[in-house]
Design a binder for this molecule. Structure first.
Ligand SMILES: Cc1cc2nc3c(=O)[nH]c(=O)nc-3n(C[C@H](O)[C@H](O)[C@H](O)COP(=O)(O)OP(=O)(O)OC[C@H]3O[C@@H](n4cnc5c(N)ncnc54)[C@H](O)[C@@H]3O)c2cc1C
Length: 256
């Protein structure tokens, strides 16, 4: 049995803890913890959050994604209180062909849409089942589940990763999201910041619409009478305040 300190209490840190917790003594330390008031200092509370196969994944990354999907798919039935639900995805691409899609045929009820089912300008459309969750419910749920299996959570704000030495451990896992760019003893300039902005609306829309290409656009139903509208991806921007012009664009232009 090893003493493992995981730095970061977002979805990455907690997913790692859930794989390790039965065999090791695991402590999660982080500045922001599940259950906190909403803060723009970390990403996990803001995610859509839906499973989507990531473009350009290598075979080992594809396997990791499909393994994760299998866990989420069964949690949707075994633990509905986690907020995870199964849902239909309509996945559209302006500039891709089916041979460029690594998850072709690998997700439940996968079907290539007919030309007559595609929005104007779209080259490829696929329909399949995926999972959606509500981070505000899922993150505290996973924290409780980990705490009942012995994982400890501690709030610590680190300037450098070396500062966790005082916790006493055999292994440290760095799961700080964009933290490595700023931790004094890492300063990894290859970490790329991407700013997202979404709008949360009341809606009875009960699927996921995702369009990649010229206009990145999505509508993610959470199957709770609300829907997340989005499609903003701004590279290397860190401005945390809401951009009202972008909000209008998401509401009116992209998701009409
Ligand atoms: C608008 C939006 C929509 C998204 N939608 C989706 C989606 O639908 N599906 C999907 O898969 N992904 C989605 N994502 C991406 C997803 O949210 C992130 O990939 C994921 O949340 C990253 O989790 P993480 O645990 O790695 O990092 P984070 O959630 O950022 O957590 C980082 C953790 O490290 C801690 N930390 C950082 N620095 C320090 C420090 N110096 N000292 C102590 N602790 C520190 C933080 O406090 C926090 O606990 C979306 C993101 C955004 C912004």
């Amino acid at each position: 049995m090893a003493r493992i300190t995981i730095v970061g209490a977002g979805i990455t840190g907690m997913a790692i803890a859930s794989l390790l917790s039965r065999n090791h003594e695991v402590t999660i330390v982080a500045k922001n913890l599940p259950g906190d008031e909403l803060s723009r200092e970390w990403a996990s509370p803001w995610a859509g959050a839906v499973f989507l196969g990531l473009d350009g994944s290598k075979p080992n990354e594809q396997k990791m994604q499909l393994d994760s999907f299998a866990v989420l798919w069964s949690l949707a039935v075994s633990n509905p209180e986690s907020s995870i639900k199964r849902i239909e995805m309509n996945d559209f691409h302006d500039d891709k062909t089916i041979d460029q899609i690594w998850y072709n045929g690998k997700l439940p009820e996968f079907r290539i849409l007919k030309d007559s089912e595609l929005p104007k300008g779209v080259k490829l459309g696929m329909s399949y089942k995926t999972v959606v969750m509500t981070p505000k419910i899922f993150l505290p749920w996973l924290r409780n589940r980990l705490e009942s299996s012995g994982v400890r959570f501690k709030r610590i704000n680190l300037s450098s990763l070396a500062e966790v030495k005082s916790q006493g451990h055999d292994i440290v896992v760095n799961a700080t999201g964009f933290g490595p760019k700023f931790l004094e003893d890492i300063q990894d300039q290859d970490v790329q910041l991407v700013r997202g902005q979404t709008v949360h609306v009341k809606s009875n829309f009960n699927k996921i619409f995702m369009r990649h290409g010229r206009d990145y656009t999505y509508a993610i139903s959470r199957l709770d009478g609300t829907c997340i509208l989005g499609g903003i991806k701004q590279y290397e921007q860190t401005e945390p305040e809401v951009d009202m012009e972008l909000q209008q664009d998401v509401n009116l232009s992209n998701c009409k």
